[in-house]
Design a protein around this ligand. Sequence first.
Ligand code: 2M8
Length: 415
Amino acid sequence: MNQHIAEARRILAANDRGGYTVPTDRLYPFQWNWDSAFVAMGFALYDVERAYRELERLAEGQWADGMIPHIVFHQPSDTYFPGPAVWRTPNPVPTSGITQPPVFAIALRKLHEAGGDRARSLALYEAALRWHRWWYRARDPDGTGLVALLHPWESGSDNSPAWDVALARVPTTTATPVARKDTGHVSADMRPRDADYHRFIHLVDTYADCGWNPIRQWQKAPFKVADIQTTAILLKAGEDLEVLARRFDRPAEADEIAALNDRTRRAILAQWRPQLSRFVSRDLVSGADVEAATQAGFMPLLSLDLDRAIVEAIVAEMKVWSDGLKVAFPTTKPGTSAWEPKRYWRGPAWAIIDWLLIDGLMRNRQPAAAAALRRSAIAAIEAEGFAEYFDPVTGEGCGGLGFSWTAAAYMVLAE
Ligand code: 2M8
């Protein structure tokens, strides 16, 4: 085992809080949804039992309506804002009131195939299916095939330029005082701006006032974006769930999932914009395309077998974005007005995004582009350690250190 893999395992062990893994100490002291799914895939390489525990602990936070929330507050901590007192959710296990990209089912299939346990897989499959149905019911009530986010935190790409236009409509006034803790842990110029945080909390207050009822939230939401990245991940989750449903001899469920997958596949394809060489999200408040140039526009690689002309256009455009950078893949197109190479989701390279794009490039028969991205991610981590993310221009490791998903990504990519 190379020294970096040994270090990655040490990080996951150090971030263990009892069967679940915090993203990093202090900055993120709870269990985060998609972080845990990536971490579970890392554990699956050497400890399948522990990988199951990660998903099971996350599923403890599942709501009666099927949503798996974006944070599960298993134990109190005063190093993070906003904590459970701000969220005011009705769930018996304290959780946030919003969700995050559904990587869970993708991880579950990996665990099951890594020599998993049928009974444990089946219980998690049922949780994943309930969440899958929730996405379509609560976040696509009109049956478009694309799922909407009601809060930027649901995307995982919190302050991405993709939200700038939609978020500008959200007032900065809040009933809850905004008492940020993040800027006490890492430099403020690597984090979202104060105005973003005020809008994030305005949305939390708005949905808490709806009693976290999905129908009322849908009616009241001042922010509603059908996100191409989340939808692409949901489709991959749907493909993996369908495979599991057939393996578990659940043909009716498999057919139900397959029909949802078909609808979503068609809806994603309709979001291709040849003049941009990207797919686009849709702002459901204005009805307009989200044209900001972010990594999300390439994520359909992950779950569609695209026409050759589309794949070639994407690969050429991705090359333009990466040219001259020390670390790929940038989360905003370099040189555009929104591009900020150190500020969180406004430009930096993230190992988990590389991981998803690499899988997508492989699926679409682009091994050379996938290998280049893989080498870039591995080299950045070996040079700078397991940072939360990387400045693509200088290569500097930024944000939190000893970061769980970077450790998991390294193990998977270095395999
Ligand atoms: C970041 O998001 C949290 C809110 O969920 C925050 O900034 O407080 C994002 O990078 C998100 O994608 C990630 O899941 C989370 C924990 O790593 O941190």
